[in-house]
Each structure stands twice: as C-alpha cells, then as structure tokens.
Design a binder for this molecule. Sequence first.
Ligand SMILES: Nc1ncnc2c1ncn2[C@@H]1O[C@H](COP(=O)(O)OP(=O)(O)OP(=O)(O)O)[C@@H](O)[C@H]1O
Ligand SMILES: [Mg+2]
Length: 135
Amino acid sequence: MGILVLPGTTRAVAVARQWVGLVLEADGWKSTDDAVLAASELTANAVRHTYSGTSGGRVTIALLGMAGDQVRIDVIDEGGPLVPRIMEATSGALSGRGLRLVAELSTAWGSNALAAGRCVWALLPMNHDQVDEWQ
Ligand SMILES: Nc1ncnc2c1ncn2[C@@H]1O[C@H](COP(=O)(O)OP(=O)(O)OP(=O)(O)O)[C@@H](O)[C@H]1O
Ligand SMILES: [Mg+2]
C-alpha cells in the first residue's frame, strides 16, 4: 500500500503514526487504531534501539495488504548490537512493553536480519470495506 522513509528521530514516530492511519483509511481499512499503535511501537524501537536513531540514520515503514483481511507492517532499521525480544513482564518497569503489545495485537510477528539492518514485521487482523463492483 505504501512505503515511507524517515530520518530516525523521535519525530518520525509521530509522523509514522499519522501516515499509517491515513494510508490504511485511504485504502478502505476500518478500525485502524491497533495497526497505528503497532507501527508506532515498532518505529519507536527502530529509532531507540538501532543505528536508525544515530546521525543520518533512517527508518523505513512499509504497509502491505494481505489475503484474509490482514495488514502487514514492516519496519526496517539500520541494525546494531541488539536483537528484538519480548521482555519479562515486571509490574514496576517503565519500559519493555512495546513488543509484548505488538505480539498481542498481531496474529504473527517476527524479525529478519537484512544485509544492513533488520526488518521487524507484524501481521494485523483488520476489516476492509466491501469492494464495489466496477459499473
Ligand atoms: N528493532 C530492534 N532492533 C534491535 N533490538 C530491538 C529492536 N526492537 C526492540 N529491540 C530490543 O527488544 C527489547 C524489547 O523491546 P520493547 O519494545 O518490548 O521494549 P522497549 O523498547 O525497551 O520499551 P518500551 O517499548 O516499553 O518503551 C528492547 O529493549 C531492545 O533491546
Ligand atoms: Mg519499544
């Protein structure tokens, strides 16, 4: 449905959120909040935990409509020493909830190493408008 490349700043997270909502709505997807939230968490992770967040770094967000009313969100970062993993639930912890949330919202998620970075993806169950017949 679309692909967006942004500088890896905290501002990118807000921009990604708006862009994902607008693109999904324009494409006829309903109730986009969960997808927007998942994209927001994945983009924040790329900015915070990878070289995407260093000077000149970029983060790429791609949206793909899939069969069976699912939307795939890909967030591509520029890599680094860390690996995405769901943290142990600790009630007092201020962080470590993002991927747990993504896992709960999605039917599947995962991450793939790329030549120069990583793609973290999530598959969101969603509803789509009836497609009108061509007149
Ligand atoms: N794109 C990524 N590349 C490398 N490591 C990652 C990436 N995303 C997440 N991680 C690692 O996985 C951990 C868990 O991510 P998660 O989003 O659940 O928590 P957090 O980002 O630390 O905190 P929160 O999302 O609650 O602000 C991170 O602390 C980081 O070590
Ligand atoms: Mg996070």
